[in-house]
Design a protein around this ligand. Structure first.
Ligand SMILES: Cc1cc2nc3c(=O)[nH]c(=O)nc-3n(C[C@H](O)[C@H](O)[C@H](O)COP(=O)(O)O)c2cc1C
Length: 268
């Protein structure tokens, strides 16, 4: 059975938690499900030192808290479902803190073939953009994303609104979970967009040809064999994506050669 991680990102045992439980119950008929409640985790605020980027995640001064363990759970899962309350048109601060703490994953993506789906719980307005934001983050981290849905009506005290909220949202939850199942069952590697190919090729060529890129990133790209790869993982690219990739590589190589010549001239 595939593993699915459900993250309840609410700061109270509220509507988000109720739906996380409901989602976990439904998912557990097909998957091994683990639920993490973010409010129970110790995630310290990022100090902004950038050591995870410049020296490696093992040098983070906060490395002993819960952030790394959550990333390990995410990488061990084949599917991830986030249930997120809308706080002031955005994700709760603690979830943003977790994303900040894992910012090095933007530099060293890893969740290839992992399916990610956000479900935003809210009162009335703003959840669509939250789902879009989370999907964008997880696409940068490598995941195959499912649009997810917004589950509204969480404005009343939970004891008054719970029945109405659940009745209103069960159908939407089921529909989203069916989309998640479909993506989990997909066997072909996900075709990247032109933008994703461009990001990969410009980053990997920078790692390959420029000396002054961040060392942990350079090493990560080298270890993964990405200096020679067409994309992060084997996948067929159409002619346009192949051509754009080739042109980006060539341009980056030329730019690095020029930069080295300029440095040499300045030093002599
Ligand atoms: C700090 C805070 C900010 C909120 N901001 C919004 C908002 O911008 N839009 C919205 O529709 N609901 C907003 N809400 C309502 C929550 O999204 C809603 O009550 C949701 O059910 C919270 O999840 P919970 O029940 O798990 O606590 C806010 C709630 C809180 C606590």
């Amino acid at each position: 059975m595939k593993n699915v991680l459900v993250l309840d990102a609410s700061m109270r045992k509220g509507y988000t938690g109720a739906l996380a439980q409901e989602a976990a119950k439904r998912l557990s008929t097909s998957y091994n499900v683990e639920t993490v409640c973010l409010r129970d985790e110790n995630i310290e605020t990022c100090k902004g030192c950038c050591l995870c980027l410049s020296e490696g995640s093992g040098r983070c001064p906060l490395r002993e808290d819960g952030a790394r363990a959550i990333l390990q759970k995410m990488t061990a899962a084949q599917g991830i479902v986030f249930l997120v309350p809308n706080y002031s048109l955005q994700i709760p601060g603690k979830l943003k803190t977790l994303l900040d703490r894992l910012a090095y994953v933007f530099h060293r993506p890893r969740l290839f073939h992992t399916v990610f789906m956000p479900l935003t719980v809210q009162g009335v307005y703003g959840g669509k953009d939250i789902n879009k934001y989370l999907n964008k983050v997880f696409r940068f981290w490598g995941a195959r994303t499912v649009k997810g849905t917004v589950l509204p009506g969480g404005i009343y005290p939970k004891d008054i609104g719970e029945k109405l909220f659940t009745a209103k949202n069960t159908g939407k939850l089921d529909k989203a979970l069916r989309e998640f199942d479909r993506e989990m069952a997909a066997v072909k590697p996900k075709k990247p967009s032109l933008f994703q190919v461009a990001v990969f090729r410009s980053t990997r060529s920078a790692m390959r040809y420029f000396d002054d890129t961040l060392k942990p990133d350079k090493e990560y790209y080298r270890k993964n064999g990405w200096y020679e790869a067409a994309y992060y993982y084997p996948v067929r690219l159409n002619l346009l994506k192949k051509t754009v990739g080739y042109l980006i590589d060539r341009q980056m190589k030329a730019a690095a050669k020029k930069a080295k010549a300029n440095q040499k001239a300045a030093a002599s």
